[in-house]
Design a binder for this molecule. Structure first.
Ligand code: ADP
Ligand code: MG
Length: 258
């Protein structure tokens, strides 16, 4: 089957007037339709760069990226991008924030409005629609950001450390919610995180990157029984701790190298 996302030997060199930085070095990966892939690696190893390349925000120095078999040439509504900060507009209500992507793409049809409303209800935000972002907790705001990203109905979601600014409990709840939403709406997801247990708990597969420059190091397939368990309980499953240690060891050796 054709992969939903494919990167072939992608290299990214950032050039400034002072220096050239090799951020990503000949990185290849695939994500199948409906797959949830976690990317882990030390800070600065090129994770955000890889997501920005998939999103079409950066043209890689070399290599090829395809989404659904088509070469990525720029941003596309097929790909949604959710960041660590929620970037909600403080002067717009929650409802207006949730709809902004649709407004910008001219797609605010009655059908899409209903869908967005349904998403807000699904995320437990029905009562917040008339409120403003400052009236919401961090976890609620990230849920609004998720609704906003899902509202345009992308096939692929890129998630750049979306939970890292949240307290532990909120983060666990949001992990569950995101995984459930991805399954329910049959999305392909690529999650960047530096939290190993999160990567294992939410992912179908975990890809470990080398430190600086980002290179593929190793991929771990998550056993079915862990995948079938909600992230909140995945951490208690048999084999989870061993897997955690195995991935940890890969990361550790990758750090020592740098
Ligand atoms: P990560 O998300 O894994 O922390 P990044 O993709 O943000 O890593 O960055 C990878 C490397 O590229 C780092 O060394 C970073 O300093 C460098 N870098 C990132 N963005 C730019 C940019 N716009 N210009 C120059 N260097 C950059
Ligand atoms: Mg980053």
């Amino acid at each position: 089957m054709m992969p939903m996302v494919e990167l072939k030997e992608v290299t990214q060199v950032y050039v400034t007037d002072r220096e050239a930085t090799l951020a990503v070095d000949s990185f290849s990966m695939r994500a199948a339709s409906g797959e949830f892939v976690s990317l882990v690696g030390p800070s600065g190893c090129g994770k955000t760069t890889i997501l920005s390349i998939i999103a079409g925000l950066i043209r890689p120095t070399s290599g090829e990226v395809t989404v659904n078999g088509v070469s990525v040439r720029g941003p596309s509504p097929q790909v949604g991008y959710m960041l660590q900060q929620d970037y909600l507009f403080p002067w717009r209500t929650i409802w207006q924030n949730a709809c902004i992507g649709l407004e910008l793409t001219g797609g605010l049809t009655p059908h899409k409005r209903d869908y967005t409303l349904h998403l807000l209800e699904e995320m437990g935000l029905a009562d917040t629609m008339k409120l403003y972002p400052h009236q919401l907790s961090g976890g609620m705001r990230q849920r609004v950001a998720l609704v906003r990203t899902l509202a345009t109905d992308p096939d692929i979601l890129l998630l750049d450390e979306p939970f890292s600014a949240l307290d532990y409990q909120t983060k666990l709840q949001l992990e569950d919610l995101i995984v459930a939403a991805m399954q329910q709406h049959r999305k392909t997801a690529i999650l960047v995180t530096h939290d190993l247990s999160e990567a294992i708990a939410v992912g179908d597969r975990v890809i470990v990157l080398e430190r600086n420059p980002g290179r593929f190091r190793k991929a771990f397939d998550i056993p079915q029984h862990i995948r079938d368990t909600q992230p909140l309980y995945a951490r208690e499953q048999e084999g989870f701790n061993q897997l955690f240690r195995d991935v940890w060891k890969e990361l550790e050796t990758s750090e020592e190298k740098g």
